[in-house]
Ligand binder design. Sequence first.
Ligand SMILES: [Cu+2]
Length: 434
Amino acid sequence: MSGINRRQAIGLSGAALAAGVLVSRDALAQHEHHAPAGPPAVKPDGTARGRVSTLGGDTLPFRTAGGVKIFHLVAEPVAHSFAPGLTGQCWGYNGRVHGPTIEAVEGDRVRVYVTNRLPAPTTIHWHGILLPNGMDGVGGLTQPTIKPGETFVYEWTFRQHGTFMYHPHHDEMTQMAMGLMGLIVVHPRQTRAVDRDYALLLSTWKVTPGTTRPDPNEMTDFNVLTMNGLCYPGTPPLLARTGDRVRIRIGNLSAMDHHPIHLHGYSFKVTETDGGPIPAAGQWPETTVLVPTGSTRTIEFTADQPGDWALHCHMTHHLMNQMGHGLPNMIGADAAKLQTAIAKAAPDAMVMGTTGMGDMGEHAAHMEMPENTIAMAPVKGPHDLITMGGMFAILKVRDDLAGTDDPGWYRQPRGTASRLATGAELDRDGIEVG
Ligand SMILES: [Cu+2]
């Protein structure tokens, strides 16, 4: 993060982390002129093997034998990167967190081998899939658990289409908190074609700053909020060309949270859930779709407005990365008085957070934090600091989109952006003169 002396960074280490109100003056002075990191250095998606693009993730390959599509999932420990600067010692499938998306077509006969390379027994439940009871994957109830080293076989025929999920149904609390989950997309025989088909799986984690292992015992204060296992600025942009028909499938397997996912710039319709397609007459326009845990929602719209449009959970605490959590309320505190008081004990320290998280984010970009920790708002946007992390991604719609590379920040046409009011527009009290 920065090269400053660890002893100078009294703000955010050890016990002071919980207080989170101090930052080294030297650290700030030294880094004042450093712009925070630019646009995230992650590749946008749109190139997955399948027809669906699991943003930042992958599609599970299969082979066909005797008319059966054969898949193989391996549950195993995975070192996972949530975003640049934050790695977790997680559990995943086939070297990924989350597992790769299983893609098939309604009517397909599928066989899925599940190998357990975890240190604990597991199973896989196929969430929302209509199948024989013995294939349902509930440990103890419908099958014995898959012991470490064992491989089980599941087989069924898809009698439905839509967006579904898979996850362990043995010690769910631990195993899902560690990252074991994935998406299933079943296409209808007659495809309702769209130009862009994205899939996102929402989940929540507790990774204590300075540590790498997710804490499955957390019930309330989740501090890493992810789409496909990635938190902003680790989430790649969703791309569309102006006029494209866009589908976004959103699943939620968070431990304790529902997520109202809001898309800027558009009105969309919810076209299906993991229970099935919604008839056209039953679809209504929305700008936010609530995705309860244990369900999927699919939205569709025509991307007819170019721009950089935010796509995010509207729970404001789900837009914070680790450093936004566990802080005391400093709003309105007398910074000068506090500064004087603190200076006696810690002359190098500086009070912050008295005007909110915006300056906290700015400072966080400059200060030394525990290893393997990300600031809550680490990205410099095209106009200013973007004060969001967590469950946040950007839909980039362009007239001239070519290929799958990130087109960079949107250039707003002249006269179409908000601007600073000029003196001539305001009277002496700053009131608009008309
Ligand atoms: Cu949320």
